[in-house]
Design a protein around this ligand. Structure first.
Ligand SMILES: [Ca+2]
Length: 362
């Protein structure tokens, strides 16, 4: 039948294109299957809410005996159904509105014919009728049981991919502390307190253990970083601060903690320190002196040797240092303190009269 080359080639090319299209549809559809179920779940949740909300209502214009007789009771009326259906979706939710529009007749069917026999709308609508969801503990197009069985997906220690939807692959993502395909194994840092083929309870190890067989610091298989085995094979804190050289920088002090340590900055008055504050300095930083075990600021301006030596210069003491500034009425110019020229006669400030006037004013 396929005797000639070109025909075969054409056929192959066609197959290739078709399979590409199919593949892309499948991967897109897989994502959509999960979200379609979520949308459907929201719709049925909102239906139930709407059902409760309208429970105490009646026809708008009063509730007379005449109306009761003339019309079917509000409770089971089409008007009530319409009121509920109107509130199923946010107006902005495209997916929700599309689903409701597409399947509106199913709500009527359920409302008038199936409600008594199938009171669970989610089950009837999402799972059995439009088939976008699966029963809890099952997943995929055929609603297969999750790993661990539909009663206890992932043996109760994880989430089954696609659980309750027509999508997913049924694989488990385990809760903290659990690992493995079936979520029966314990992660590092946890140990099996109980374990059989269908049940596993993993408990956290003592904080000092990397791996363990029990709950105390003596049950470690391996100590965590920052801990070391003592004589009794228990994991105890490493005191990093007692090590020589210190793990901290020169202007820091070391603070040992359980399982770790930290380096904190020395007070600025210190040059090296053993703890926090100005009274734990190893020596004082420049500009500070030891006063009864505490490093305090040196007042350079009141030392026997003057530190600001230029003419018309004042000394101002600062925390840890000092500054030399020109006296009032003088300003710095080329490294000297010269008299400040008066504002409005700036140009003639050099003349002796001006200087005299200025002095007079001062
Ligand atoms: Ca430590």
């Amino acid at each position: 039948m396929l005797s000639t080359g070109p025909e075969l080639l054409r056929l192959l090319r066609l197959c290739f294109c078709v399979s590409l299209v199919l593949l892309s549809q499948v991967s897109g559809a897989k994502r959509d299957l999960k979200s379609a179920c979520i949308t459907c779940q929201q719709i049925t949740d909102n239906f139930n809410k709407g059902f409760d909300r309208t429970a105490k209502q009646n026809f708008g214009g009063g509730n007379t005996a005449w109306e009761e007789r003339k019309l079917s009771k509000y409770e089971t009326s089409e008007i009530r159904l319409m009121e509920i259906v109107e509130g199923l979706c946010e107006s902005s939710s495209f997916e929700c509105n599309r689903m409701v529009e597409e399947h509106e007749e199913h709500f009527e069917t359920w409302w008038f014919k199936r409600k008594t026999k199938h009171p669970d709308l989610h089950k009837w609508f999402c799972i059995e009728t439009i088939k976008v969801c699966c029963p809890k503990g099952t997943f995929g197009p055929d609603c297969n049981a999750c790993v661990g069985g539909s009663e206890t997906p992932c043996h109760g220690n994880g989430m089954c991919d696609g659980d309750g939807s027509r999508g997913g692959n049924g694989k488990c993502s385990c809760n903290d502390g659990y690992t493995g395909e079936f979520c029966l194994d314990c992660s590092d840092g946890y140990f099996n307190e109980e374990r059989n083929d269908t049940f596993s309870l993993c408990t956290e190890c003592h904080t000092s253990c990397k791996t363990c067989t029990g709950a105390t610091h003596q049950d470690c298989d391996e100590c965590k970083e920052g801990w070391e085995e003592d004589d009794q094979e228990a994991c105890v804190d490493v005191n990093e601060c007692s090590k020589d050289p210190s793990p901290c920088k020169e202007d820091q002090f070391c603070l040992n903690t359980e399982g770790s340590y930290s380096c904190k900055a020395c007070d600025k008055v210190c040059s090296g320190c053993t703890g926090a504050g100005p009274d734990n300095c190893q020596s004082c930083a420049s500009g500070y002196q030891d006063t009864e075990g505490t490093c305090t600021d040196v007042d350079e301006c009141h030392q026997s040797e003057p530190v600001c030596t230029k003419e018309h210069e004042d000394c101002i003491n600062t925390e840890g240092s000092f500054v030399c500034v020109c006296s009032s009425g003088y300003e710095e110019k080329d490294g000297e303190c010269v008299q400040t020229p008066q504002q409005d006669e700036a140009v003639e400030s050099e003349s002796p009269e001006t200087t005299a006037t200025q002095r007079g004013e001062l």
